[in-house]
Ligand binder design. Structure first.
Ligand code: NAP
Ligand code: GFB
Length: 300
């Protein structure tokens, strides 16, 4: 029986699973709930997507919550999986866990080679401990659990939180509102930072592959390894939403890490023919989904 935690979230809702849960089904920060849940449902494999997730603003302003909730969820899930005999588990890190000052491109071996960027260090350290716990459990208990490192993910059913969401969903939501109100579009920062964006359904397919066929102790990066500037991203979102107003750059808002170029050569060795959804096509699918579902969208 395949359990998908974070099953109500953007990535989890795109993954095939027998049981897909959100926080209402089981609060993963509470050990007793998690242990009882595994006792009752006896999953044999787990794709663990659940996390407290957010963009730069959320990560900068709620560091305690991001650290505590993610450390608790990950520790509980991996321990409950061990106790209840789960055979295979995939857990999620993120390319923001990498050191801020390290030689580019970011590759799997560099995760712990220095402190992460201050904008999201609490979340990054919590996620790094997931790698540490999985390696420790593989060594001590001989478990075949693995972790993956996606870059910035976007797609349908994202968290369209204007303040604490990631850049793609926040921009789509804010651009939609600006168009409807006939106002200018406020965009944070300078527009110069570079990001790699991967479509949620691609991450879902890659996670299902990892559950079946990836067995290394070292995490594996899921990334297109193609950088896009925030400015180019804004222009694509504005075009897709048929926004005709002006862009207003709020340079008092943070740029965060300038870039985090990740090396996807390890994944290429395993899946040389994997086809990523092109960014413009993925953004179109996401914008179409947003306009179809608004206002029934996730905003917190
Ligand atoms: P998301 O859309 O924010 O969904 C988060 C999921 O976690 C939701 O299903 C949520 O349930 C669940 N959750 C949160 N707190 C919980 C709790 N206390 N107990 C049980 N469930 C809880 O997240 P996402 O963007 O799909 O991210 C999925 C995974 O990919 C995460 O591990 C994230 O760290 C990782 N990742 C994300 C990105 C990105 O750019 N989004 C990039 C790299 C890695 P509710 O719906 O009930 O709140
Ligand atoms: O997705 P994001 O918030 O987080 O992107 P990170 C932040 C970049 O987008 C900054 C610009 O350069 C912002 O200045 N930006 C422009 C905006 N407009 C907006 C907006 O309306 N909202 C947001 N949020 N940004 C995250 C980590 O870093 O990467 C998370 O904090 C996670 O932990 C994620 O790992 C993958 O890419 O900077």
């Amino acid at each position: 029986m395949r359990l998908i935690t974070g099953g109500t979230g953007m990535v989890g809702s795109a993954i095939e699973g027998d049981l897909k849960i959100g926080s209402k089904d089981c609060d993963l920060t509470k050990w007793t709930s998690v242990n009882n849940f595994f006792e009752q449902h006896k999953p044999t494999e787990v794709i663990h997507c659940a996390a407290k997730v957010g963009g730069i603003w959320g990560n900068m302003n709620y560091k305690g919550d991001f650290f505590r909730e993610n450390i608790l969820m990950n520790t509980h899930i991996i321990e409950a999986a061990r106790i209840h005999g789960v055979k295979r588990l995939v857990a999620f890190l993120s390319t923001c866990v990498f050191p801020d000052k390290v030689e580019y491109p970011l590759s799997e071996i560099k995760i712990h080679q220095g402190p992460p960027h201050t904008s999201n260090d609490a979340y990054a350290y919590a996620k790094r401990m997931c790698d540490v716990q999985i390696r420790a459990y593989r060594e001590q208990y001989g478990l075949n659990y693995v972790s993956v490192i996606p870059t910035n993910i976007y797609g349908p059913n994202d968290l369209f939180d204007l303040e604490n969401g990631h850049v793609v969903p926040s921009l789509i939501h804010r651009c939609f509102l600006a168009r409807e109100a006939g106002k200018d579009l406020e965009v944070w920062g300078s527009g110069t930072p570079l990001r790699e964006f991967i479509y949620s359904e691609d991450v879902a397919r890659l996670s299902e592959w990892a559950l079946k066929d990836y067995e290394e102790a070292e995490p594996i990066i899921f990334s297109t390894s193609e950088e896009t500037s925030i400015k180019e991203l804004v222009e694509m979102v504005a075009e897709l939403l048929r926004f005709k107003g002006k862009l207003k750059w709020q340079t008092d808002k943070p740029d965060g890490q300038f870039r985090k170029p990740s090396d996807n050569s390890k994944l290429k060795k395993y899946l040389p023919d994997f086809k990523y959804t092109p960014l413009f096509e993925g953004l179109k699918k996401t914008v179409d989904w947003f306009e179809e579902h608004y206002p029934e969208i996730r905003t917190k």
